[in-house]
Ligand binder design. Sequence first.
Ligand code: UDP
Ligand code: GLC
Length: 401
Amino acid sequence: MVRPLFLDQSGALGGAELYLFDLARAYRPTGHVLLFEDGPFYARLRDEGLSAEVVPAARTLQAVRKQGGLWALLRVLPSLAALVWQVARRARSYDVLFANTQKALVVAGLAGLLSGRPVVWNLHDLLTPAHFSEWSLWAAVQVANRLTHHVIANSEAARAAYRAAGGTSPTSVVYNGLDPAPFDAIQSADIDALRRRLGLGAGPVIGVFSRLAAWKGQHVLIEALDEVDSFVEHEGVQVLFVGDALFEGDQPYADALRTAIDARGLGDQVHFLGFRDDVPALMRLCDVVVHTSTAPEPFGRVIVEGMLANRPVVATNAGGATEIIVDKRTGRLVPPGDARALASVLVELFGTPEVAEKLGRAGRTHARSTFGLAPMIQGVDSVLTRLRGRGARGRAFPSEA
Ligand code: UDP
Ligand code: GLC
């Protein structure tokens, strides 16, 4: 079995980290996870008994990250060098350096040079101006082109954006794989109990399961709500916002969302649940799972999860979402940021439960056959296996574009 050294800059539980968690489980006997900061991700790895550590030098790097300008860069250099050195030292006991985030890419790239180990970057982002500043986009592509042997993209959209930004490393696309078992295990008694605990009325429930961040677009659903309310004749529609502001800079959006809901008197209808560990049960409780990202989603685990929960999923028509859902066959796609279009699809689904049910079933079948854990692990493993034994930066595999 290949021995990967996984690197990730985040201690939070974003989608990229949940993906890495499943990979780390697959490589339990041989892999090791090195994080640049402490947090719930580290706790989850440790609770699962996986080999993981937070590197102390990396904490210094995290501490100075918010300061801007040249001075901050100069201050960070010693920490960066220390971290690269520590990673390079550990890398000698592993076959491949696997960078799961952008900062990890820089560290892994340099440590790969020092240790003579090949470097893989798992790209979870769309390298476009909608998500990155011009400078950081350029820097990521330069580092990837010079220091990685292979880039694994989480969707065709992510691969295309990497190429369009000038990326030249060999690439493959590996979709996130999700285990259907926790979704299948939920009984209707669990759902009833959860509904009571949350104090929800009998009306239909719409759930958004994205972290709170401006581009995740929860506000679009709020805008759509008036229209949905006027059409749905049940007791009011309830909205669940599941997820928290996880990353730097996202808190103001979360605060503004809460303020807007209070100001509009929607407090009884819209429920902020924060970050939850019971996503499968919450999704099964919902009548519709909605994905509202206003910028193209790189992949979108929550879309697949909503499908595994046998729910009709409405997602925005861009990026990875279009590789997961075929509109009107396995879910619904609406233009990003279009509250009216979202409202009209929701009204349609509430008005035709048989259509909603059929979409949910078709989505579930598709998600189970296309986004399983096994193909994900195989996809990653075939890249890592081919790289094992390579020295420093090698040539492209002959078969790869
Ligand atoms: N998630 C979770 N608890 C929450 C909200 C979200 O465990 O309260 C999980 C969700 O189930 C999904 C991941 O966080 O697996 C989010 O991944 P996605 O790819 O949708 O978006 P990202 O946050 O990575 O951009
Ligand atoms: C990132 C992306 C998300 C993707 C996840 C896992 O966090 O924002 O779209 O699903 O990584 O690849």
